[in-house]
Write a protein that binds this ligand. Sequence first.
Ligand SMILES: [Zn+2]
Length: 579
Amino acid sequence: MPRTNLEVAAALHELADLLEINGGDRFRTLAYRRAGDAVRGLGRDVATMTEAELTAVHGIGRATAGKVQELLVSGSIGLLEQLRAKYPAGVLEMTRVSGLGPKKALALHDALGVGSLEELEEALKAGRLRDLKGFGARTEENLLRALANHSREERRILLGEALGVAEEMLDGLRTIPGVERASYAGSLRRMRDTIGDLDLLAATSCPGEVVEAFGGLPNVGRVSAKGPTKASVLTRGGLQVDLRVVAPEEFGSALQYFTGSKAHNVKVREHAVRMGCKLSEYGLFRGPLWEQRIAAATEEEVYGALGMQTPPAPMREDRGEVELALRGALPSLVTVRDLRGDLQSHSVYSDGRRTVREMALAAAAKGYEYFAITDHGRNLSVVRNLSLEDIERQRAEVRALNEELAGRIVVLHGLEANIGMEGDLDYPDEVLAGFDVVVASLHHQLRGEREAMTRRVLRAIEHPAVHILGHPTGRMLPRRPASDLDMEAVCRAALAHGVALEINANPRRLDLKDDHAFLARQMGCLFAISTDAHSPRELDLMRFGVGTAQRGWVEAKDVVNTWPLEKLRRFLAKSPLER
Ligand SMILES: [Zn+2]
C-alpha cells in the first residue's frame, strides 16, 4: 500500500478517536473512521486522486474528502492539530482510567501539566491534586485505587479493536526499508477475545534503523522505551505496542516463541529437551555447546524438526494440541474460506441499518452461496421487530429477491426469536414453522439462577421450529458477563434435538466463547458461525468467529454453514443427517 494511504488513514482514524473524546457527535466520528478504512482499502495512491474522485469512493463523503485534500496539500489537518495539542497521547491513556473521563484528564493536564499515567501517579502521591477545583481528598483516594487497578488486565482491549490497530502498524512496518517479514504475535495471533499489549515482530538485517523508523510511523503517539532490537510505543489512540526485531534467519523461532501461551511453550521446550535439544527464541539447537542450529527460519521448520505438525496459532494453549501434533493427528480446523453463508443478520425490518436486498447483495459480493436474514421477533420490544404483517411482507420480498438473484445467492427467510422467561418464543408454532431458519436467543433477564436460566434455554432448544441457539450465553465484552448456564446440559440437548450452537462473530460477543466451543466440540455438537450483521460492513466480522471456533478446535465438517445448500436444507428440515 502506498505510504500516503497509510498516513491519511492513520490521520482520519486519529481524528475520529480525538473527536470522540472531545465529545463530538457520533455520526461525524463514524464518518471519519469509515473514510479511514476506505482509504486503507484503496487500490491506488490517494495522493494521485482529485477531490471528485475521492468523493466517488464508497465511504468517503464531501467533508472527509476535504480533510484528505487539506492533509495532502498542506501536510496537516488543522482540526487534528488542534485536537492533538489539546490531548497528547498520554492524556488519551489517562482518559481510560476509571473515574477520570476526558474532562478531568484534560483539567489535570492543563492545571498541573500531567501528561501520562506515571506523572499522574507522582502528582497524586505528592498531593498536588488535593487543592484542585473539582478534585479533593476523596477523588485522590479513588484515583489512586483506580490507578492501581488499571493493571494489564484492566487495560485489555477487544480482539476486533486490537487486530485493526495491529494491521495498521504492520502495514506501516512493511513500508520501512530493510523489513523483510513482519507479523503480530502473542494472544492476538492466538485470537484471544481480549488482548493486553500488542506484540509485533519484524525480520531485518538492520535492526537499529528499523527500530528508529518504527517510532516515526504515522500512528505512533509516543515512544516509551527503545533498545537496539526492541521498542515500546503508545499509539495515538493510547494502546501499547511492543516491537521485537530479529534476524531474518531467526524469524520462525522468534514467532513461535512470542506466539504460544506460556503453557504451550513449556511443553514444546520439554519435548525438545527430551530429544537432547534446546529450543529458544533464537532457534532449535543441538551439540555439546548448543553450537549446532537445526531450525529457526520458519515455524514449520522448528515444529518439523521437533517431529511435530505445526499447530495453528489459536490452538497453542496446551489443551492437548502438543500431544496430537506429535502423533500427526491435529484436527483440520474450520477456516474463513470454508464458509458458504451467514446465518444471522438484521435489516431495517428490525434494528439493522440496510434493506434485505442491500444485505443480500453484500453477502453475494462476498461469494456466499446462501444468506439468512433473521430480524427480531415481536417479543423483543426494545427494538423495532416483526409484526405478523411484516413477516408476510418480508417473505414476499425474499421470494422476489430470490428470483432476481437466482444463480448468485439464495436468501433464506429467517427469524431471531427471543427466548422468554419460560423458554417461550415470539409467535404461535405455525408462524414459527413458516420460516426457513429460526435462531433462538436470550436478550433480557440474563441474570437468573443457573437452574432457571438453563431451563429457559433447554425449552427453546426442544422447540421443533428452532435450528440454531443464538449467542448462547448473552455475554457482552468487556463488561456484561455470560448468563449462568449448565453448558453440558445445553450441549446435550442441542445434540439430541439437532440444534446448532452459534459462535457469534461480533467481537463484543464471541459467544459461544472459546472454552464453551471446546466443550461443545468434544460432545459432538453442531455449530453455526454467524456475524449477526446489522450492516453490510459487519459481514466482514466473520474471521473473529472463525478464530474463536479455531480456539475451540472446531472443524469445518461440524459447522452447518460450511455445508452445501442441499445439506443445509436437510438440517433445516430436521431430516436425519450423515455426519
Ligand atoms: Zn440477538
